[in-house]
Design a protein around this ligand. Structure first.
Ligand SMILES: *Cc1c(COP(=O)(O)O)cnc(C)c1O
Length: 382
């Protein structure tokens, strides 16, 4: 049985007419960049995330870059983040000329450990003495929020901005002391990606920045269009970070189904978790599964930890079961960041994760029969 890691054709089939109608409207209007479809989508996503504003941009990577630009982050500034994330998180920091400073992850959630951030700020390394810490950039990895209350408290104490990388976690909820909040609504900005493999995926690249700060929202809107305001007058240099109307049209249709897809993924995750109980397979912990949290995890990825990961991976691949390693090499160990002066052993939890994590198919259209085959195949190999 062939079980892909993700099957977007299965998602598209029941939405085909609805999506093609939405695309047709854009074709008929011939209004392709920004415009009414983007404005409507921004209002819908702001409401969905629980933020005052949402700004459609060209990708998740650009959402991160434009957030840092809007906060005037650049050379001499340090951005505290995770060494265990997709490259774009850290790439964005480097792209604006700032320096990433890493903290280890919590081994249960794979997210930045707030105690490590506190320790870093209290014992700022000598080799970063020339840098000013300006931003904490937590990543809500795999679809579960980082522990935001202590992160926001540290940011407040040290006067830092918080840029949430929510690329994998749109709709994920966090039980803050002040109430339940969605990813992207707690920090200074929230950044999302509509890369096709995310839970809310477009028909191409796309992204979003959310914020509760209306002045910042206006600045972000200008920056995504070359800092232009009014037309052909530029007080600042931005870029072309615009979202196009076809993406917004498709995403608006898909957004209406998003919570039901999240629920399907959670159901599949629960099925795996009970099937692997008592085995050597470590399944993900849903740490915010409290009664008032509807979406404690959106399972963009379902990640198991197994001691003989490479053998399990080879066996699944042989059985035509989609699987992948997110991520095989920490960011502090990447060749392009060698200049930062990190070494193997600096972040033991993140490094350990690279050696034993494996993503299994968890998309909502997966059948029980397919899941049983995945479970059987994993158990054969562990
Ligand atoms: C996907 C992703 C991004 C980048 O999004 P793109 O739309 O592909 O540019 C950034 N951060 C994380 C954690 C991601 O998973």
């Amino acid at each position: 049985m062939n079980v892909p890691l993700l099957d977007l054709k299965a998602q598209y089939a029941p939405l085909r007419e609805e999506i093609r109608t939405a695309i047709d409207e854009v074709c008929d209007a011939q209004y392709f960049i920004l415009g009414p479809k983007v404005v409507a989508f921004e209002a819908e996503t702001a409401a969905y995330c629980g933020t005052k504003a949402a700004i459609g941009v060209s990708s998740g990577s650009d959402a991160l870059i434009i957030s840092l630009m809007a906060l005037d982050i650049g050379p001499g500034d340090a951005v505290i983040t995770s060494p265990y994330t997709f490259f774009a998180t850290v790439g964005a920091i480097d792209r604006v000329g700032a320096t990433p400073v890493f903290v280890d992850i919590d081994p249960v959630t794979f997210n930045c450990d707030p105690a490590a951030i506190e320790n870093l700020l209290a014992n700022w390394p000598d080799r970063f003495a020339g840098l000013t810490p300006r931003v904490i950039m937590p990543v809500h990895l795999y679809g579960q929020c980082a522990d935001m209350d202590p992160i926001m408290a540290l940011a407040q104490k040290h006067d830092l901005a918080v840029v949430e990388d929510g690329a994998q976690a749109i709709g994920a909820e966090y039980p803050a002391a002040s109430g339940t909040h969605r990813a992207g609504s707690m920090g200074t900005t929230g950044c999302f990606s509509f890369f096709p493999s995310k839970n809310l995926g477009g028909f191409g690249d796309g992204g979003l920045v959310t914020t509760q700060d209306e002045a910042l929202a206006e600045k972000l809107q200008q920056l995504r269009n070359h800092g232009m305001n009014p037309r052909y007058y530029h007080k600042m240099v931005g870029g072309n970070f615009r979202l196009d109307a076809i993406q917004a049209a498709v995403l608006s249709v898909k957004l209406r189904h998003l919570d039901e897809w999240h629920a399907g993924r959670r159901k599949n995750a629960a099925y795996y978790s009970s099937a692997f109980e008592g085995s050597a397979v470590q399944t993900p912990a849903m740490v915010y599964a409290h009664s008032d949290v509807q979406q404690p995890h959106i399972f963009n990825q379902f990640i198991i930890r197994v001691p003989n990961r490479d053998a399990v991976k080879a066996h699944l691949t042989e059985q035509a079961i989609g699987n992948d390693i997110y991520y095989p090499l920490c960011l502090h160990m990447q060749e392009c960041f060698a200049g930062l002066g990190y070494a193997e052993g600096d972040f033991p939890q993140a490094e350990a994760a690279t050696k034993d994590v494996l993503a299994l198919p968890v998309y909502p259209e997966l059948t029980e029969e397919m899941q049983d085959f995945v479970v059987k195949s994993v158990l054969e190999a562990v």
